[in-house]
Design a protein around this ligand. Structure first.
Ligand code: XMP
Length: 517
């Protein structure tokens, strides 16, 4: 999608690239991401008001370090380089970048020496968030230093050419008033006009889907979660009854989830949804598999196989081809799975992206691919979906398989379902469900000794995982009240057969991830 007059983010592979685009969209200005090596014609063709060069994991002197076409700096457009983006711009314009003696990760203070449009209205000292091992020690001609941290030049500008660079990350929450820095760039430097909001996202996306699908038919992988539901509603608006929805029971769903979700989607949302019980084939495909990536890949492949069969069945019935598969893929699924638009590091293969086989018979329709979960919730509100669905915790596509470490078996799934239902119930009872990002149980392949009714027991360990987060890119463990933890612990060992020990997961993301596999 493109809206002229927006800000284009050129991606050098930074983990925070999408946050930049999202912060700009929060100002109601369109922003899209292109790979750093996008052609100059493509960039110009989008008629942007300005360009942001993202951060990235490389050093400008690395062999094969990502680069842009340097004519990006000759388009006459304002440019903001962030971290690697600033280093690349300085390096390309004749400045000097070196490996830092003191690498900067985490908080630092920016001390500003001079006024700058970029920092208009902001104090001269600001807490900023860094993540870099190189820094700029020689400025290109025309540039001036605007601010420093203890260790490095942290902000530079060539105001006459509208070129700005910051070594820190204004897009992350931890940078004090970072959004205002980006707002200054967007409105005061680029002179962009507000041209994007939720209503326009809905109408632009519906239009884009209509164009993509034409008069063909589409199949939606509906899971009852907010992402696929919002995706389905958007596609339904675009192509009406040419969309068929399916909800697959993978055998990896939570207690009662299959029936309850089908009822909700049909009765509350009025969607036409077919339930497909594929639990036996998923479990057979997972037999003997313990490697987390292998599990994810097999589940992804099985999903596609199921959909392909359903599509063929439906196409035969309608005597027409089913060419499109709708998925509620979000940006974090993409960024952590594959290097889509830039050279970001792969963290996990999310089932709805990395596991797709090459000969897949579908083209994907992924209307939410550039958004974060909380943006999707806002879009859902725009579409008037019930808050019950909008506030639902995320549940991963591979389901309980990534919360059950080791081989997935029916018996272990039952144990996990029992524990999980109690965790969620107690979190709801304590009024915490809407305050935390996710709350769930994990079954560990660790048995330990317990004592029950004077007898020795030897059962499973359940880890309770409850996290707070804004967008799943980073997360913290929820500091739950002791009495809530106590209730969970007592109920799980008493009510779930075969569990002798409960532990609470107190890891943040990073370095851990939210799911255990
Ligand atoms: P991690 O474990 O990577 O999870 O910190 C981040 C968020 O993504 C969810 N998640 C998934 N969602 N397909 C999905 O649709 C997947 O394969 C998948 N894996 C993780 C996870 O629940 C958390 O909210």
């Amino acid at each position: 999608m493109n809206v002229p007059g927006g800000v284009i983010v050129l991606d050098f592979g930074g983990q925070y690239t999408q946050l930049i685009a999202r912060r700009i969209r929060e100002q109601e200005v369109f922003s899209a991401i292109l790979p750093c090596n996008a052609s100059i014609d493509e960039i110009r063709g989008m008629r942007p008001a300005g360009i942001v060069l993202s951060g990235g994991p490389s050093s400008v002197y690395d062999k094969g370090a990502p680069v842009c076409d340097t004519s990006v700096l000759r388009l006459g457009l304002p440019v903001l380089g962030i971290c690697y983006g600033m280093q690349w711009m300085a390096h390309s314009l004749g400045g000097k970048v070196v490996k830092a003696e003191h690498r900067e990760y985490g908080p630092a203070t920016l001390d500003r020496d001079k006024d700058s449009t970029l920092f208009h209205g902001l104090p001269t000292h600001l807490k900023v968030w860094n993540s870099h091992g190189d820094h700029v020690i020689g400025l290109p001609s025309g540039f001036e230093t605007v601010g420093r941290t203890d260790n490095a030049v942290a902000a530079i500008e060539d105001a006459s050419r509208h070129f700005y660079g910051v070594e820190f990350h204004p897009e992350v929450q931890h940078t004090e008033r970072g959004s205002e820095i980006l707002r200054n760039f967007v409105f005061e430097v680029c002179r962009a006009k507000k041209n994007w909001n939720r209503a326009s996202f809905v109408s632009d996306t519906v239009e884009a889907i209509r164009k993509q699908v034409g008069d063909a038919r589409a199949l939606c992988a509906l899971s009852g979660g907010v992402d696929s539901t919002v995706a389905a509603v958007l596609v339904h608006r675009a192509i009406g009854d040419r969309l068929s929805n399916f909800f697959v029971d993978t055998g990896l769903l939570r207690r009662n989830e299959f029936q309850e979700t089908l009822t909700f989607l049909r009765n509350r949302l009025g969607l036409k949804v077919e339930g497909v019980d594929a639990s036996e084939r998923f479990l057979a495909r997972l037999a003997g598999v313990t490697d987390p990536e292998e599990k994810r890949k097999r589940i992804g492949a099985e999903f596609i196989a199921v959909f392909a069969e359903e599509a063929r069945r439906l196409a035969a019935a309608a005597n027409r081809e089913m060419r499109f598969l709708v998925q509620g893929t979000l940006y974090p699924d993409v960024i952590e799975s594959v290097s889509v638009k830039g050279p970001s590091a792969v963290i996990k293969t999310h089932h709805n992206v990395g596991g797709l086989p090459k000969d897949m018979p579908f083209q994907l329709v992924e209307p939410l691919r550039d958004l974060f979960k909380d943006e999707v919730r806002l879009i859902g509100r725009e579409l008037s979906l019930p808050s019950e669905i909008l506030l639902k915790h995320p549940f991963p596509g591979p389901g309980l398989a990534v919360r059950l470490l080791g081989e997935v078996t029916k018996d272990k799934l039952e144990v996990l379902r029992g524990a999980d239902a109690i965790v969620v119930e107690e979190i709801r009872r304590a009024g915490l469900y809407d305050k935390v990002w996710q709350a769930f149980a994990v079954l560990l392949p660790v048995r330990s000794v317990g004592v029950m009714g004077d007898y020795r027991s030897y059962g499973y360990t359940i880890a309770v995982r409850v996290v707070t987060s804004e967008d799943a890119m980073t997360a913290d463990w929820a500091h739950l009240p002791w009495d809530v933890l106590e209730k969970i612990s007592v109920r799980v060992v008493n009510e779930v057969h075969d569990v002798t020990r409960i532990v609470y997961d107190i890891s943040s993301k990073p370095p851990s991830t939210i799911e255990w596999e």
